[in-house]
Design a protein around this ligand. Structure first.
Ligand code: FES
Length: 125
């Protein structure tokens, strides 16, 4: 199972938690991803939401989750189209790889400096 998990309680910026409509940065980022997937007719990636991923200083946080391969906690994103494009491009490369390892040279520029943790696949048995 592959999904992208957005922290819905991450801040919009250092100074503001929400926009003028009261929506958090993390929720806005999730909506950006949903719009990108819809614009590209994609239904193969599941968007999930979760409150606080315990990496609050690195807002906005996103967990690139895969139950069969390495998963990755990423952060320091802002709710803009170019940010979700980079996330999706990298996660597509991850999906094409055998173990969930993407060569550094393949990384989109927008993913450099955004990785926080690598999480091993689920233990079998
Ligand atoms: S509020 Fe997003 S990680 Fe804590």
């Amino acid at each position: 199972m592959r999904s992208i998990v957005f922290c819905t309680t991450c801040r919009l910026s250092k100074d503001e938690k929400c926009n003028a409509q009261g929506v958090t940065g993390g929720e806005l980022l999730a909506r950006e991803m949903e719009a990108l997937l819809a614009d590209n007719g994609r239904s193969d990636i599941k968007v999930e939401r979760h409150e606080c991923l315990w990496s609050c200083k690195e807002h906005c946080n996103v967990l690139l989750r895969d139950t069969e391969k390495f998963s990755y906690l990423t952060g320091r994103f802002v709710p803009q189209r170019d940010n979700v494009e980079a996330i999706l491009e990298w996660f597509d490369l991850h999906g094409q790889s055998e173990e969930g390892a993407v060569g550094f040279r393949q990384w989109p520029d927008g993913m450099r400096g955004h990785f926080i943790a690598r999480i091993p696949p689920q233990i079998e048995g």
